[in-house]
Design a protein around this ligand. Sequence first.
Ligand SMILES: O=C(O)CCC(=O)C(=O)O
Ligand SMILES: [Fe+2]
Length: 215
Amino acid sequence: MSNLDLFTDAEPAPVEHLGTHAYVLRSFAQPGHDLLAGVEAVVLDAPFRHMVTPGGYTMSVALTNCGRLGWTTDPSGYRYTAQDPLTGRPWPAMPSAFAQVARAAARAAGFDSFEPDACLVNRYLPGARLSLHQDKDELDYSAPIVSVSLGMAATFLFGGKTRSEPTAKVHLRHGDVVVWGGEDRLRYHGVAPLKDVPHPLLGAQRINLTFRKAG
Ligand SMILES: O=C(O)CCC(=O)C(=O)O
Ligand SMILES: [Fe+2]
């Protein structure tokens, strides 16, 4: 199935600008994308776990990865690895539905030929949060970040190039996709503590898929 097959019967996603090269694509990921089945398959092979930051803090967000490379953190630092440190096996392959929606969203935001080699899968339960950070463990900043929200709504914080700049507060719902790249690639961002408003399909959780070109 081509990308076009996936999107022909969908309304074009309304686009909101968060910056020159930063966009929210509302309802871009449709339920027919089979993304939820993909998450289930990934988690069977590489379960969600709470990782520890170099500062010794256990993350409230549980995470796993799929694709050639996966993002990890432990007391010795942040890095991408080809193997899941929990199982010693390669990270599960990126489901084709994941890669298709990531490429299509990147293209819709003006980033042609995005080929993600890493997909970080984050799971937020009520109260979980992600503090302000930059995605900067990737080798090449010319590729954008594509971030897909599933399940419970969240307040995404999108700041500037320094931590102290004010943040825009963006309400992200099931199916919304945020893409940032170009001059906005290193903008600080995070997620406010998740409110407990269960989602009809996913219940009391939010799943976020973050696609990167890491290697
Ligand atoms: O959950 C989100 O919307 C953002 C996730 C994120 O920034 C990350 O995984 O680096
Ligand atoms: Fe991030």
